[in-house]
Design a protein around this ligand. Structure first.
Ligand code: ADP
Ligand code: MG
Length: 574
């Protein structure tokens, strides 16, 4: 029943606690019934005086309180278990998403991810907070009641035993029926929230292209589908609780009939056991019905659990790192040794060979989609090759500790990430302790941010990133450059902006890169002729393969593809 088996488990201690609480509850229920019957028996049949039963009344009160307390404990324990497990699941999902930053950020709707993280995990709540404790409780309590029934009246015990399987049997059938609906419901919800978020993120684009109206209709259709799926599940749930009620009423009626016939007609049973049977029978069926109800709540979670399980077990592309420290004396030599990589069916890098010597300036060029950014990510250690090796000074990259590698590296992607904070925070990336304000501003100045800072209302203290002032793509890259100036890395990986730079910004970026490159190896995904003219090596990529490598002059001389590329409007890629 639990698809998360093997992924997450409830601690044994918790299960024991559930069982203990259930036994206490069973004792309270049985004791309470027994006392009620005994008190009635004494007062009405044995005509005992009130004083003699007073202690029993106190005991009864105590048992009633115990019953309330066990219900409370059961709920509390369930809620706590659910909270712990949900946190563990969220941590696992988060860890999984952050272990595969490049792959998971790009593949799949981000709205869907949010949905798995929040909604599907929340759906698991009822499994642990209600289903699990109830299942323990409703197996133990009826068993205890059954023992009492058998020891006082064989026939009632038999009726209880024979009718009991109908209830679980019934909800197994119902369960199978609802399973598909619950799956469908969850699927609709995931689709709905995914659609919603992705539409929101793309709203400007949609507006620009006059598609907003169509998306609105799509969202409406998606929300209606979700509503219908929810109602279908509810319908079955209501129907099934009616049927469960019916079965238990019928069984209790049967017991009442049997007991009263034997009490009045055949006089083969005395008042005490007969009354006791009538009092405990409802408790018995109540427990079984609760199990049925819990079962339904549990079913809903199974669909969610499957979703989480599949997300967690989805193929992972972890990036391997080892323990070795990278010695820090200038840039290392970097080699791609017969490296292959794939994003699944759609795209594959094949047999990439590259050797980048210390302080070299290298350009990666090729058409859009050729795999340039992917090579950069492999070099950065943000993705691991499928086969082949990335070698640093001759050693496998994953022999080195992650931190010692990333410390030496600046990776300036086309869309650098800004987090919510001030411009200064973003330059120092949380490293405000080690960098002085003067250093931060100097790095900003070198990266060409001085002018921007002077136009911002609070200069370097202006809030940018999420929730703050938005920056343009070029400005973001300059923030990333400023980070590099502060870090003074040995290796700089730079994904040049494709378009939309004015001449001045272009010059700024170029000068900044030149300055940074004085003490570092620089690998640039290049789109501009001036970038490739001066570099030591140009790697020409096409559809995932390295088709040529050399200097500008060499390639001009021998590569038709290169001449083709450099000819068009001064750019080297489209
Ligand atoms: P370039 O930078 O040369 O334009 P990329 O390296 O970004 O090319 O991408 C190469 C190919 O791989 C493209 O077809 C792109 O759509 C695909 N791709 C890139 N990233 C992913 C990803 N995370 N998942 C699936 N496909 C991807
Ligand atoms: Mg790219």
């Amino acid at each position: 029943m639990n698809p998360l088996k093997g992924i997450i488990s409830v601690p044994r201690r918790t299960m024991v606690a559930f069982a203990l609480v259930a036994v206490l509850m069973g004792l309270a229920i049985v004791g309470q019934s027994y006392l009620i019957v005994d008190i009635v028996d004494r007062i009405f049949l044995k005509e005992a005086d009130f004083k003699s039963i007073l202690p029993m009344m106190w005991l009864l009160l105590g048992l009633l309180l115990l019953r309330v307390a066990t219900t409370y404990w059961n709920g509390r324990l369930g809620a706590k278990t659910a909270a712990d497990i949900k946190q563990e699941l969220r941590e696992k999902l988060l860890a999984k998403y952050t272990r595969t930053p490049v792959a998971s950020a790009i593949s799949g709707q981000s709205g869907e991810k949010v949905s798995v993280l929040l909604d599907a995990v929340d759906e698991m709540d009822s499994y642990y907070s209600q289903y699990l404790p109830k299942v323990v409780q409703t197996t133990i309590v009826p068993l205890m009641v059954l023992v009492v029934a058998f020891s006082y009246d064989l026939y009632t015990g038999l009726i209880m035993m024979i009718t009991a399987p109908f209830i679980p049997l019934f909800y197994i059938i119902i369960g199978i029926m609802t399973q598909k609906r619950a799956d469908a419901q969850l699927e609709k919800m995931t689709a709905f929230s995914g659609k919603f978020l992705d539409t929101l993120q793309g709203i400007t684009t949609l507006k620009l292209f006059g598609r907003a109206r169509r998306e609105e209709q799509a969202i409406e259709a998606s929300s209606h589908a979700f509503r219908d799926a929810t109602l279908a599940v509810l319908k079955i749930a209501f129907l099934s609780s009616l049927m469960l009620e019916f079965i238990s009423m019928l069984s209790m009626g049967l017991i009442a009939l049997e007991v009263s016939l034997r009490l009045i007609l055949f006089q083969s049973i005395t008042f005490f056991p007969a009354f006791l049977m009538l009092v405990i029978a409802p408790e018995y069926y109540l427990a079984l019905k609760e199990m049925g109800a819990a079962f339904h709540t549990g079913r809903g979670s199974v669909a969610a659990a499957k979703r989480i399980a599949s997300e967690l077990s989805a193929e992972e592309r972890t990036v391997a790192f080892g323990k070795l420290e990278l010695e820090a004396d200038g840039p290392p030599e970097i080699r791609l040794d017969d490296v292959s990589f794939t994003y699944g069916e759609s795209f594959a890098l094949r047999d990439i060979e590259m050797k980048i010597r210390p302080y070299e300036k290298v350009a990666l060029i090729g058409k859009s989609g050729a795999g340039k950014s992917t090579v950069l990510q492999l070099l950065a250690g943000l993705a691991d090759p499928l086969s082949g090796e990335v070698r640093i000074d001759g050693r496998k990259r994953h022999d080195y500790a992650e931190a010692s590698w990333f410390k030496r590296l600046s990776y300036i992607s086309q869309h650098p990430y800004l987090y919510a904070g001030t411009l200064a925070d973003n330059i120092a990336i949380g490293d405000l302790r080690t960098s002085s304000r003067a250093e931060i501003e100097e790095a900003g100045r070198r990266a060409g941010l001085a002018e921007l800072a002077s136009t911002l209302p609070e200069g370097y203290d202006t809030l940018i990133g999420e929730g703050g002032r938005g920056l343009s793509g070029g400005e973001k890259q300059r923030v990333a450059l400023a980070r590099a100036f502060l870090k003074q890395p040995d290796i700089i990986l730079f994904d040049e902006p494709t378009t939309g730079l004015d001449v001045r910004t272009e010059r700024l970026l170029r000068e900044a890169m030149e300055e940074l490159g004085r003490r570092a190896t620089v690998v640039t995904v290049a789109h501009r002729l001036h970038t490739v003219r001066k570099v030591d090596q140009i790697f020409l990529l096409d559809a995932g393969s390295l088709i040529d490598a050399g200097t500008h002059e060499e390639l001009l001389g021998r590569s038709e593809a290169y001449r083709e590329m450099t000819k068009v409007g001064g750019g080297v890629a489209k």
